[in-house]
Ligand binder design. Structure first.
Ligand code: NAD
Ligand code: MG
Length: 414
């Protein structure tokens, strides 16, 4: 009897590949799974370039494989891992990312690479029918319908990690059918956002904010790209598109509400007037733990909410003039796949240019808008077409940024 229980426990150990292990979501995932060694073991950890952190994480998690995405770092990584006598196999490059995302032994894939670079590895996990914990919202923004079709075709289980989508998922009825709000008794989805670090900054000062100011989010500790996206509210725009694909929503089904305290992570409003909200301290370990153990609940390390300490609990509407990227994303979502793929690519290039000091904060939206205006509607019927659209938008936005930089320099010089 005891043996049987032990066997049952052993069978429950789930092997996980963490794509983007060295990032903010990757680190939080490792924090949660190391609290539950009886449930999870690490199949693979991946990073772009940060070998040192990957090595430290491997000493803690003992993965079977590690992948360094940049192939030029392969020999260096191999040497460092051999010096530590780590038994894991060191792999490098794009193909290796796809392999550890889709390997037969893997049960769960945490898709936490940032940006468009996450699309193909995440899709590899989906095509292999894995349980996919989706943090990489950009992959859904870039390839929405194809992505959802692939998940259905290969019976992948998609679980949202984005705190808002995870909250919505938690508040939906158990028998919710994709896209069927009314027959599920739902009137609206309320997508909450904090408004970022510049919620109350005078509009006239926004053009001069620095990358460090933009990355200093008041509530969340995140990677630099998503932090800038939160400051411009492009993040909420990407999440609007993500929510449409994840739950089959129409644009009019979603209302964006500012909630600066980030305690409510989103809400579902029902026809009878009830509103279900998911709440918690702003810490990504909660949605990560929820998705890892779903449908069970496990401890995440997040402190419980103390309602007596919550001084304020407020809600407002986002201002268009402050957050032009939010409107652009909603327009792109209505225009179709070519537009959201283009916007995502333009935004990545523009955010990079802002972070490297080439572009002003408010110019991010300018680049995105011009890139969208200069891209004609075309059909993206397969992943090759998505990737081609992404490449073109990146090159177009780089050109737009070049001319903006020349005019920035002329202004400085004059
Ligand atoms: P991050 O910048 O902290 O980490 C990114 C990870 O991706 C790192 O491990 C990095 O090595 C890897 N990476 C970067 N470029 C790569 C490339 N070209 N090839 C392979 N790997 C590459 O980012 P993050 O904040 O952890 O965000 C990761 C994803 O999760 C993003 O899509 C983001 O939108 C989403 N997300 C993050 C949060 C959060 O709280 N951080 C919340 C919701 C959603
Ligand atoms: Mg979010």
């Amino acid at each position: 009897m005891q043996q049987e229980t032990q066997q049952e426990t052993q069978q429950k150990v789930q092997k996980i590949s963490i794509l983007g292990a060295t990032g903010s979501i990757g680190k939080s995932t490792i924090d949660v799974i190391t609290r539950h060694p009886e449930r999870f073991s690490v199949f693979a950890l991946t990073a772009n370039t940060n070998i040192e952190l990957l090595l430290q994480q491997s000493l803690i998690c003992s993965p079977e494989y590690v992948v360094i995405a940049d192939p030029q770092l392969f020999q260096h990584a191999k040497k460092l891992f051999a010096e530590q006598k780590l038994s894991c196999e060191v792999l490098a490059g794009h193909e290796a990312l796809l392999q550890v995302a889709s390997a037969e032994d893997v049960d769960i894939v945490m898709a936490a690479i940032v940006g468009g670079a996450g699309l193909l590895p995440t899709l590899a996990a989906v095509n292999a029918g894995k349980k996919v914990l989706l943090a990489n919202k950009e992959s859904l923004v870039m390839s929405g319908e194809l992505f959802i079709q692939a998940a259905n075709q290969h019976h992948a289980q998609l679980l949202p990690i984005d705190s808002e989508h995870n909250a919505i998922f938690q508040c939906l009825p158990k028998d919710f059918k994709y896209g069927e709000l009314c027959s599920s008794g739902i009137s609206k989805i309320l997508l909450t956002g904090s408004g970022g670090p510049f919620l109350n900054k005078p509009l006239s000062e926004l053009h001069q904010v620095t990358p460090d100011q933009a990355c200093a989010h008041p509530n969340w500790d995140m990677g630099r790209k998503i932090s800038v996206d939160s400051a411009t509210m492009m993040n909420k725009g990407l999440e609007f598109i993500e929510a449409r694909w994840l739950f089959g929503l129409k644009a009019c089904d979603i209302e964006v509400v500012l909630h600066p305290q980030s305690i409510i992570h989103s809400m579902v409003q029902y026809l009878d007037g009830s509103v279900l909200a998911q709440m918690g301290n702003p810490d990504m370990r909660t949605p990560i733990a929820h998705a890892l153990a779903y449908p069970q609940r496990i401890e995440s390390g997040v402190a419980p909410l103390d309602f007596k300490q919550l001084a304020d609990f407020s809600f407002t509407e986002p201002e268009s003039a402050r957050y032009p990227n939010l409107d652009l994303a909603m327009q792109a979502s209505n225009a179709g796949q070519y537009a959201t793929t283009t916007l995502n690519a333009a935004n990545e290039v523009a955010v990079d240019a802002f972070l490297s000091g080439q572009l002003g904060f408010m110019q991010i939206a300018q680049v995105n808008e011009e890139c969208l205006q200069r891209t004609l509607n075309h059909n993206l019927g397969n992943i090759e077409a998505v990737l081609e659209c992404d490449r073109r938008a990146r090159s177009l936005s780089a050109n737009i940024i070049d001319s903006l930089c020349r005019s920035n320099n002329r202004k400085v010089g004059s």
